[in-house]
Design a protein. Structure first.
Length: 114
């Protein structure tokens, strides 16, 4: 059974940083393109960062220069380092495969507020 478990979210002040983790089981993240998505209240889920099999990275314009996606193949884990956080980054964050997405996990909530 394929499972993705996100963690690392929390409450942070504007300008702060967080690192999110996505631990996978049942399907290797090392040989798949992976993405971090987020869904803010009342909005559709959106892709904010992705990493290809060969390590190529892409970002939504809204997070470019502030977020970094990375992967630890040995741990079958994908990370999202978020810095210079803004209130508009408040959302539930999810990870998933870019192709043949699996059932969404519970996500990890991020709240940016003073």
């Amino acid at each position: 059974q394929v499972q993705l478990v996100e963690s690392g979210g929390g409450l942070v002040q504007p300008g702060g940083s967080l690192r999110l983790s996505c631990a996978g089981s049942g399907r290797p993240v090392s040989t798949n393109a992976m993405g971090w998505y987020r869904q803010a209240p009342g909005k559709q889920r959106e892709l904010v960062a992705s990493i290809t099999i060969t390590g190529g990275r892409s970002y939504a314009d809204s997070v470019k220069g502030r977020f970094t996606i990375s992967r630890d193949n040995a741990k079958n884990t994908v990370y999202l380092q978020m810095s210079s956080l803004k209130q508009e980054d408040t959302a539930v964050y999810y990870c998933n495969f870019l192709i043949a997405r699996q059932t969404w996990g519970e996500g990890t909530p991020v709240t940016v507020s003073s």
